[in-house]
Ligand binder design. Structure first.
Ligand code: ADP
Length: 178
């Protein structure tokens, strides 16, 4: 029987409960799910690639068929390199859909054999993004329902490192669609 490997690519700056939910649900559908941590997205980052990778690994380490890998360059090229025939993305709203559709058409043009599968967000996480998580954290709000404990701790450490400039850095990383 053919083994199907899927790739769930993203920035994951940092990974949160909405991402974890999509990853666990997608992992049930495929033989293997690779979480691809994109090295240099066109947006500012709070955590570097090594930190985003380590956090995603800690959050998903208990899942036997999930692997977390960093990548750079085109997502479809990375998918081909690791033998993934499906890309997984999460959808929260129409705004996500418009972006995903544009990316899907682009990826289809570049790699016609790779299919995209979008999973709808869990209703409980429909409002959640890395930007919202970082904003609540920088304002000292309770992030306990938003991200796994390791991520909450990493946010505390990173914001303490940044001190006064934390709020500015977080706002520079804010995106309308992450
Ligand atoms: P990117 O910069 O590639 O959009 P993100 O880390 O922001 O990377 O998101 C990765 C994927 O996870 C995207 O498909 C995004 O739509 C999805 N996602 C983000 N937050 C949620 C959520 N709360 N529920 C479901 N999917 C989500």
């Amino acid at each position: 029987m053919r083994m199907i490997r899927a790739l769930y690519p993203g920035t994951f700056d940092p990974i949160h409960n909405g991402h974890v939910d999509i990853a666990i649900r997608a992992a049930r559908l495929f033989d293997e799910l690779v979480i691809g941590i994109y090295d240099s997205p066109p947006k500012s980052l709070l955590f570097d690639t090594a930190q985003r990778l380590a956090l995603a690994r800690e959050c998903l380490a208990h899942q036997p068929n999930i692997r977390v890998l960093p990548y750079r360059g085109l997502t479809v090229e990375f998918a081909a390199e690791i033998g993934a025939s499906v890309l997984v993305r999460g959808l929260r709203a129409i705004s996500d859909f418009e972006y995903e559709l544009q990316m899907a058409h682009t990826n289809k043009k570049l790699a016609p054999d790779i299919e995209l599968m979008c999973l709808m967000t869990n209703l409980g996480y429909a409002y959640l993004s890395s930007t919202i998580l970082k904003e609540v954290a920088v304002l000292g709000g309770d992030v306990s329902g938003l991200a796994p404990e390791v991520v909450q701790a990493a946010l505390r450490v990173r914001l303490a490192e940044l001190g006064q400039s934390g709020a500015n850095v977080v706002r520079m990383t804010a995106s309308t669609r992450d």
